[in-house]
Design a protein around this ligand. Structure first.
Ligand code: GDP
Ligand code: IMO
Ligand code: MG
Length: 426
């Protein structure tokens, strides 16, 4: 089994970037398989914080190849900005970064369509990051999309113009929505020229050849299971498969090649954008988590909605993904609470639910909580799991018992070094 994967079990922003960076030295290739610049993956080391949107989170480690798979959608302008931000770190992108020729391109008109569609929905809006994700995946499945491989074709401009014309027609549905395409188009076309400088490949072939030669791959998820297009809180989701199965379609990797599935979750829960969130705390406790946890979006800066950990949703995500081990993030943020609540099940229409049901948008969900003892002390300086307070260990064991999967990593701060291996269980 050559491919392990790491993916989010909640509504995104679980800390995927940090753990991918921590695990990278164990792998030869880090590969993103879905999503696009709606993602914001944060890494911290040597006093510097980096936020990546399209580039895989293994990019800072020498000798490791980073691959953007066919399931990813790329905005050349945002991508160019990411490369520019990394310029001071002297990374040789030509040798360390590969892009699938089959990855789809986000056009300026996709972004405009995203914004126009969201504006027209009023209070029912998805809360999209407005990066053009939905319209780009619509063109992909509608068989109209432009792919990275197309940029090398002499017909590229004609294909682009034809798609833009189609989009302009679609925009007529939103007569009140004003937009300025000219101002976005030139930078986009310029960024396409720069994209041509990077290495575009048939990445599924590349990956499978590499695996045959014994290389180890870590697939990096974006967003989270509860934002998956099929299994998330539809329609308040993103437009790709964020789950394990997305690795197969987003990289061209067979299910039989997948080894460990690392599910990552916060010691509490957050969501950014609209949609159901059973354990949301719209009170001073939620406010405290937001403040302590600096819960503001890495891509949009929006305040994240905060609440207690949700076992039914986590169990559902573990089931869908076939999770084999867990990483628990941001344990340090709960240090300020004497007692920590855990949602063990829901009550809907007077009935008990231990799982995440279909209809969560229009029903009233009452989360039922159990209280556990907090640890009430600073965890950020811990260097081993064994040293950690008994209450934290009890919280970890309590969750393991409920989730039936071992928690092998406990994170106690944003830095690379603030990562504890739960060796007892690993
Ligand atoms: P991603 O999208 O899953 O990669 O997560 P984000 O980067 O959007 O959000 C996670 C945030 O939490 C980032 O600001 C990280 O630096 C930070 N972070 C990750 N792990 C920890 C941790 O254990 N403790 C604290 N305090 N911050 C963390
Ligand atoms: P990472 O990879 C958190 C949310 C948006 C919105 C919904 C649809 O950093 O965890 P989209 O732009 O995809 O049309 O938005 O999904 N969303 C995220 N929330 N983390 C993300 O990525 C997200 N990517 C999209 O807020 O509710
Ligand atoms: Mg994020």
């Amino acid at each position: 089994m050559n491919v392990d994967l790491l993916l989010g079990l909640q509504w995104g922003d679980e800390g995927k970037g940090k753990i991918v960076d921590v695990l990278t030295p164990q792998y030869d290739i880090i590969a993103r398989f879905q999503g696009g610049p709606n993602a914001g993956h944060t890494l911290e080391f040597e006093g510097i914080k980096h936020v990546l949107h399209t580039i895989p989170s293994g990019i800072f480690r020498e000798g490791v190849l980073n691959l953007i798979g066919n399931g990813v959608v790329i905005d050349p302008v945002i991508f160019k900005g990411e490369l520019a931000k990394l310029a001071p770190f002297n990374i040789d992108f030509k040798s360390r970064l590969l892009i699938s020729k089959k990855a789809h391109l986000i056009l300026p008109t996709h972004r405009i369509l995203d914004a126009a569609s969201e504006a027209s929905k009023g209070k029912d809006k998805i809360g999209s990051t407005l990066k053009g994700i939905g319209p780009t995946y619509m063109d992909k499945t509608g068989r109209n999309g432009l792919r990275v491989g197309d940029i090398f074709s002499p017909n590229f401009r004609a294909k682009y113009d034809a798609l833009v014309e189609k989009h302009k027609d679609m925009l007529k549905r939103y007569p009140e929505f004003e937009y300025n395409l000219d101002e976005l188009e030139q930078p986009w076309l310029q960024a396409i020229e720069e994209l041509k400088e990077l290495k575009a490949v048939d990445s599924e072939q590349y990956l499978n050849d590499a695996m045959k030669a014994g290389k180890k791959v870590l697939a990096e998820g974006a967003q989270g299971t509860m934002l998956d297009i099929d299994f998330g809180t539809y329609p308040f989701v993103t437009s790709s498969n964020t789950v394990t199965a997305g690795t197969c379609t987003g990289l061209g990797v067979a299910p039989t090649k997948i080894g460990s599935v690392i599910g990552i979750f916060k010691a509490y829960c957050t969501r950014v954008g609209s949609g159901p969130f059973p354990t949301e705390l719209e009170n001073e406790v939620g406010e405290k988590i937001r403040k302590e946890g600096s819960e503001f979006g890495a891509t949009t800066g929006r305040p994240r909605r905060c609440g207690w950990i949700d076992i039914p949703a986590l169990k559902y995500a573990i089931m869908i993904n076939g999770v084999t081990e867990l990483s628990m993030m941001k344990a340090d943020i709960l240090s300020c609470f004497d007692k920590i609540s855990v949602c063990t099940h829901y009550i809907i229409d007077g009935e008990r639910y231990d799982y995440f049901p279909y209809d969560v948008n229009d029903v009233e969900i009452t989360p039922v909580y159990e209280e556990v003892q907090g640890w009430n002390c600073d965890l950020t300086g811990l260097t081993s799991y064994e040293e950690s307070p008994a209450e934290l260990k009890a919280y970890v064991q309590y969750l393991e018992q409920k989730l039936e999967v071992p928690i092998t990593v406990v994170s106690v701060g944003p830095d690379r070094t603030q990562t504890l291996n739960n060796k007892v269980l690993a």
